[in-house]
Design a protein. Structure first.
Length: 148
């Protein structure tokens, strides 16, 4: 299955589809409190939305770390349950990293990865930094990819 890749900035017309995926995956499936799912970075992030046959099935975002100009923060990476195991997560991460690399200001990419998918990010060259921690009740690991 080859998805269509849509990229948009901020709260564009397709943002509601991305937010719907995030709500289904994080709030309903993983019990993340609704008030933690949205934040001020949605308005400034570059969002990626994957669609299959016109249906939005996966999303993620990337934005500049407010504390370090040279660091991009990847996050809110979500694939609908019925579409997992088809390589869509890899397609999504690859596109997010393409966006990061197209902006020459960044020297690194950081993500707070859920521990269960840390291996996926490791496959892209991310390395674990620091200790495991809980975020929204889910075990996470900070990971960093140094850009060459």
């Amino acid at each position: 299955m080859q998805p269509d890749i849509l990229v948009f900035k901020g709260l564009g017309p397709r943002f509601s589809e991305a937010l719907n995926i995030r709500t289904l995956v994080f709030v309903e499936e993983q019990n993340v409190p609704c008030e933690l799912e949205r934040d001020e970075f949605d308005a400034v992030a570059s969002h990626v939305l994957l669609t299959c046959d016109g249906v939005a099935v996966a999303t993620g975002r990337v934005f500049s770390d407010p504390e370090c100009f040279e660091t991009a923060r990847l996050g809110r990476v979500a694939v609908l349950k019925n579409f997992r195991g088809r390589g869509l997560g890899r397609v999504l991460i690859k596109e997010l990293l393409r966006i990061v690399r197209s902006n020459r200001q960044y020297r690194r990419v950081m993500i707070h990865a859920q521990k269960t998918v840390a291996g996926l990010y490791a496959g892209f060259g991310f390395r674990i930094v620091g200790v495991e921690f809980f975020e929204a009740g889910i075990l996470h690991q900070e990971m960093v990819l140094e850009l060459v």
